[in-house]
Design a binder for this molecule. Structure first.
Ligand SMILES: Nc1ncnc2c1ncn2[C@@H]1O[C@H](COP(=O)(O)OP(=O)(O)OP(=O)(O)O)[C@@H](O)[C@H]1O
Ligand SMILES: [Mg+2]
Ligand SMILES: [Zn+2]
Length: 511
């Protein structure tokens, strides 16, 4: 008898439909034949499924059984077809009573030998696909169901084991739906690092605030111990809450990367990723044998922090240029390209030279001008051009560290940032972007107009600093953010001059 179960495959971060067809013949050896481009993990499924069936008190097929995963030209990866295959076998061998519910759900899950379900990658994407297809909902391993519950208008059920799934589908038992509210763990207060710990560094603190307010890429330059890492690590504490829509994108990416498989709670926060400088290009961009998101996509709607920026491989910095501009990254694979979102704020930290002490009062710089030049040139001009804000953080003296007053709290700063973000959201409400940093050229023309006098000032500054056309637009966008922070409709002189100051590396490169 033929039975079919709706499942799905993960392609990048999106789900595509896969139909699991199981046909148990009238006769033949009790053998399982799997067709439809299964990879090794899928092929091993028959061992797991047979053992899971036996240990759940069911019969293995007594005749030749063919399993087809359709469409046949899509590669099926990973162990998530165990549960649909086992259910398909139960239905096709007449061991499932009514199977009317079967077709209303997308079903996926790995099975252990005992028949218990194991979490899978992509639960959230499968739920989105179920909604897309107009299905009633999804049936997933318990651990994967929580994230799926963020999707509205579908029913999400988590199952502990094969038996539970089977009896639910027969209508023999009912299960409690996962609700969106129960997906969140509101009780866990996360202790965050706070900006009040950062003493002095007024300029750097202000620059971070501007950067986060407008979503601008940001680079902080300073000698060892000046607090660069300290400042960068406190950025999550001033980032505004993501909207539900933004958070679903964040979680969908994490889920596709397998990062949510074992997490107990869902905290609705923006990601802050800080990969080590030894990371591979694939680790950064995404890809691999089962193509998944890299760090730049895991940082989507949040921050990618690259500490010691010049230490990253040159190739890594080069391949990031395009994704930084586009907000998405394309990964080539045998079966065609996949595109992943990666709209993140880049935060970089670096020393001014290889010994770290150039221009510092704390130590003597031993680098020759050629060494300084070589160190700087590790970050190419085009990458620097894509960073809207550069700021220098001089080291504080021991005395200043000892006697310095506490800074403003993160909460105070975040309140101002949220105000500026609201202004941007209103301004761009019908556009494809929400932050000044992502303004298109025509949006810059519309929203960053300067008086003729200010236009001349900017032009003079551009000439004096020999800035590129890209830098010109970046200055305008940053000026717009500074104006938003002071709730000004127009860009004024002080907004513009502050924005020009944030091109410090352009300046220093020429001295
Ligand atoms: N402005 C500051 N206020 C308070 N503490 C500071 C400040 N600057 C530095 N410190 C102290 O110095 C430590 C080192 O700072 P941090 O690691 O951020 O320096 P860094 O600039 O990243 O240095 P490196 O170039 O060596 O990575 C901090 O953990 C903190 O204890
Ligand atoms: Mg550091
Ligand atoms: Zn030096």
């Amino acid at each position: 008898m033929l039975a079919t179960v709706q499942s799905a495959a993960l392609r990048g971060i999106e789900a595509v439909p896969v139909l699991v067809e199981v046909n148990s013949g009238e006769s033949g050896d009790p053998r399982l034949i799997m067709v439809g481009l299964p990879d090794a993990a899928v092929k091993e499924s028959d061992d797991r499924v047979f053992s899971a069936l036996a240990n759940s008190g069911y019969r293995k097929p007594q005749t030749r059984t063919t399993i087809n995963l359709a469409p046949g030209d899509l590669k099926k990866e990973g162990p998530m077809y165990d549960l649909p295959i086992a259910l398909g076998i139960l239905a096709s061998t007449g061991q499932m009573g009514s199977s009317g519910r079967l077709e209303r759900f997308i079903i996926a899950g790995e099975l252990s030998l005992s028949g218990a379900t194991r979490p899978i990658r992509g639960g959230l994407a499968f739920a989105l696909e179920a909604k897309n297809q107009g299905k009633t909902g999804v049936i997933l391993p318990m651990q994967s169901a929580r994230e799926a519950a963020l999707v509205s208008d579908i029913e999400v059920f988590g199952v502990e084991n094969l038996d539970q799934a089977k009896r639910f589908l027969e209508g023999e038992i009912e299960l409690t739906r996962f609700e969106r509210s129960s997906a969140f763990d509101s009780a866990t207060e996360i202790h965050q690092l706070d900006f009040e710990d950062v003493k002095g560094q007024d300029q750097a603190r202000r620059a971070v605030e501007v950067a986060v307010a407008g979503g601008h890429n940001f680079l902080i330059i300073g000698p060892p111990g000046s607090g660069k890492s300290m400042i960068a690590k406190r950025i999550p504490s001033i980032m505004p809450q993501p909207s539900l829509e933004e958070y679903i994108q964040i979680l969908q990416i994490q889920s596709a990367a397998g990062a949510t498989k074992h997490s107990r709670a869902i905290n609705m926060r923006r990601p802050f990723r800080s990969p080590h400088h030894t990371i591979s290009d694939v680790g950064l961009l995404g890809g691999g044998s089962i193509p998944g998101p890299g760090e730049i996509s895991l940082a989507h709607n949040g921050v990618l922090f690259m500490d010691e920026l010049p230490e990253f491989k040159r190739s890594a910095l080069e391949v990031m240029r395009q994704p930084l501009e586009d907000g998405q990254v394309s990964i080539s694979r045998a079966a065609g390209k996949i595109t992943l979102p990666c709209n993140f704020m880049l935060v970089g930290a670096m020393n001014p030279c290889s010994c770290g002490y150039l221009g510092s009062k704390q130590g003597e710089c031993g680098c020759s001008p050629a060494q300084v030049q070589r160190y700087r040139s590790r970050i190419s001009g085009p990458l620097l051009d894509r960073i809207d804000i550069h700021v220098e953080a001089p080291a504080l003296s021991i005395e200043e560290l000892r006697t310095g007053r506490k800074g403003e709290t993160s909460e105070t700063i975040r309140t101002r940032i949220e105000g500026a973000r609201k202004i941007q959201q209103l301004r761009y409400q019908n556009g494809p972007f929400t932050m000044n940093a992502n303004m298109s050229e025509s949006a810059i023309d519309t929203h960053c107009t300067l008086t003729p006098q200010l236009g001349q000032i900017l032009q003079k500054a551009m000439e004096a600093l020999t800035l590129s056309a890209r830098a010109y637009n970046r200055i305008l966008k940053v000026a717009r953010t500074i104006a938003d922070l002071s709730e000004s409709n127009t860009i004024e002189l002080n907004h513009l001059t502050e924005a020009i100051q944030y091109r410090s590396l352009d300046r220093r490169n020429r001295t």
